[in-house]
Design a protein around this ligand. Structure first.
Ligand code: ADP
Length: 377
């Protein structure tokens, strides 16, 4: 350690320097003037071609993309700082991932090195920011598109009526019904968007902002089934409840508003996606030994093609079907469901064998203890 009033020793400086560089968040490499790596922090490891130790190797042997080395080469050649944005592909956990990087190389003095100078390379990973930006752009584009379609249909019918086609009562009635259908769709899109925005406005701290209380999941599902009763009857669907026995119970410490949304969307999807008779929907829950629980909604209907499975939780994603025009929906339901589940620290997955079985499974960790309810004296 450095004593007050005495110059710290070389070892102290190098320890402090490497802990600073290790914790800086950006990838950082130092090379000598032949581009042989002298230092690389842990964040740089993501960018390496192989898990071999980079120190002592040439930069081009180490880095996953030759364009990173080219930035360093230019800086060495021209002896000026160079900054460049790059998009590269890295392999992580068996997957390929696109990364957006800003690479900045600058010449530095390297006392002790044979030539007395070298190079530092700072690589900032801006992938997360870019992806968030892209999601926002897509959302605005998709939302405008989804709102524009029913609006232009309503405007078209209104124009016809305004231009005088009002003597034929049958025509007028048909126009009004079509406009009503599309204005209901507009209302549903706006309602779903408001729900998403309510979920997102609590940001990263969702868990802390949830209005958690202890409620019975079985009761929550029964309320949702009551609301959907007319559709269940119309479809002649059978709903099987698969809940723990009364002595075990199905209580959950969560925000009941969110769970209403979850079960309403999942059960409504099972009903509206399936036109064939004989629809059976299973809704259930089981407790896990670790104190968490599993919830599911399954059906024996048309299912979701394998190719669409990875995308169904994305906003506005709807599986293309020959009859898709007949099925009402905004493509926002499952993204609302996923937000609600994630706000509770859980995960949702879907598995489907078209025509046989489609199951949405929610896994929840043990809920935090609720504060005791104070009773008035
Ligand atoms: P939507 O408002 O269109 O229902 P969702 O986000 O709720 O939007 O669902 C996305 C898509 O996933 C739906 O368009 C539908 O094609 C598919 N999907 C969801 N649940 C089911 C299900 N139980 N059976 C078949 N397809 C489903």
């Amino acid at each position: 350690m450095a004593d007050a009033g005495r110059a710290p020793e070389a070892g102290w400086w190098s320890d402090m320097l490497s802990s600073l560089l290790e914790g800086m968040g950006d990838a950082c490499l130092v090379t000598d003037d032949r581009l042989v790596v002298l230092f690389a922090n842990a964040e740089a490891a993501d960018l390496f071609r192989s898990p071999l130790r980079p120190v002592g190797r040439r930069l081009f042997e180490v880095l996953a993309d030759h364009r990173l080395t080219e930035v360093a080469e230019r800086c060495r050649r021209e002896q000026v700082p160079v900054e460049q944005s790059l998009q590269i592909v890295v392999h992580q956990g068996g997957h390929e991932r696109k990364k957006y990087l800003v690479v900045s190389a600058a010449p530095i003095r390297l006392p002790g090195a044979p030539s007395g100078h070298g190079l530092r390379l700072i690589i900032r990973d801006e992938t997360q920011q870019r992806e968030t930006e892209q999601i926002r752009k897509d959302f605005v584009a998709n939302a405008s598109h989804e709102l524009r379609t029913p609006l232009s249909i309503i405007n078209g019918y209104l124009e016809n009526l305004v231009e005088g086609d009002i003597d034929d009562p049958v025509m007028v009635q048909r126009s009004l019904l079509t406009m009503q259908k599309h204005s209901l769709r507009l209302a549903r899109i706006v309602e779903d968007m408001l729900t998403i925005s309510r979920f997102e406005s609590v940001g990263e701290e969702e868990a802390a902002d949830l209005k958690r209380s202890s409620f019975s999941v079985e009761e929550c599902v029964k309320d949702v089934l009551d609301r959907l009763h007319p559709v269940i009857q119309e479809k002649r669907a059978r709903v099987e409840m698969e809940f723990p026995p009364a002595e075990v119970g199905s209580r959950l410490a969560g925000d009941r508003f969110y769970w209403d949304q979850v079960f309403f969307n999942l059960i409504e999807n099972a009903l509206k996606e399936n036109q064939q008779p004989g629809l059976v929907i299973g809704v259930g829950m089981c407790h896990r030994p670790d104190g968490g629980c599993e919830l599911w909604v399954r059906d024996n209907g048309v299912g979701i093609p394998r190719a669409d499975l990875p995308f169904v939780f994305k906003r506005f994603y709807r599986v293309a079907k020959h009859h898709s025009q007949e099925i009402k929906g905004t493509g926002l339901g499952l993204s609302i469901v996923r937000r609600a589940v994630e706000a509770h620290g859980g995960e949702i997955s879907v598995d489907s064998t078209p025509g046989l079985r489609t199951q949405f499974t929610i896994t929840l960790p043990p809920a935090p203890a609720l504060p005791p309810v104070c009773s008035e004296p």
